[in-house]
Ligand binder design. Structure first.
Ligand SMILES: C[S@@+](CC[C@H](N)C(=O)[O-])C[C@H]1O[C@@H](n2cnc3c(N)ncnc32)[C@H](O)[C@@H]1O
Length: 214
């Protein structure tokens, strides 16, 4: 997952994100149903959204009136967009900014706060490109959770992309009808549900292998 290169780049991403994910379709479809089922099934009320983005999940949870949600977003442009939307709907959104590893030293009031659930959706953990950083982030998430609390992460299945990387890397960017012409396809039913804006890989690399001990 590339990091935004500039403030402008973040602003552009934050502005079109809703058309890529389609808030309603994400929350009325299997993704929203799954999240609600998990939260209700585990008696969750206090939720920490670790990667707020444009606010889709946090605001949809606040709309139900069932959850007390706090959120975190590292990028100002995304955070502002989410806070604006929340304010327009009169939702009290407490948006924090932590560092790249979700280090919580600057926010001692969050640690041990007994969140029932931490959400890290939209492939956000992969912003951390090395394994020890991801592990540190996961430890930080654990610090936030009450015993028995749940962590919901969604992460792209990269293996099929890596398996087809020769084709992916040869693929030229199509001018139109991306979804029909590009070899990489996704259903549009989970997480990224937009009908007008589609994502696709420009370059696929396998830079390391994971050794699984026998
Ligand atoms: C691909 S977007 C996903 C946003 C949202 N969770 C969703 O599913 O629509 C990834 C978001 O994670 C944020 N992010 C990445 N690393 C972060 C960190 N360490 N702390 C907080 N936010 C982070 C990015 O700025 C971006 O807004």
């Amino acid at each position: 997952m590339p990091k935004p290169k500039s403030k402008k780049n973040s602003e552009i991403l934050a502005a079109f994100w809703a058309r890529f994910i389609d808030w309603e379709a994400r929350w009325e479809g299997p993704t929203g149903r799954f999240i609600l089922e998990q939260l209700r099934g585990h008696n969750c009320r206090k939720v920490f959204d670790a990667a707020l983005g444009d606010g889709c999940d946090t605001i949809n949870l606040l709309r139900t009136g069932e959850f007390d949600v706090r959120a975190n977003e590292i990028d100002e442009a995304w955070r502002e967009k989410a806070m604006e939307t929340a304010a327009a709907e009169n939702h009290p959104l407490d948006g924090k900014v932590t560092d790249h590893k979700w280090q919580l030293d600057n926010f001692p009031e969050l640690v041990g706060n007994g969140f029932d659930c931490v959400l890290c959706l939209g492939n956000s953990l992969t912003y951390l490109e090395n394994e020890s950083d991801r592990l540190k982030a996961l430890q930080n998430f654990r610090e936030l959770l009450r015993p028995g609390g749940i962590l919901l992460i969604d992460e792209r299945n990269y293996q099929p992309l890596l398996d087809k990387r020769k084709e992916v890397n040869k693929q030229k960017m199509p001018n139109s009808h991306v979804k029909d012409r590009f070899k990489f396809k996704y259903s549009g039913e989970y997480v990224y549900c937009g009908k007008e804006v589609h994502g696709f890989p420009c370059l696929s690399q396998q830079r390391y292998r994971i050794q699984i001990p026998r």
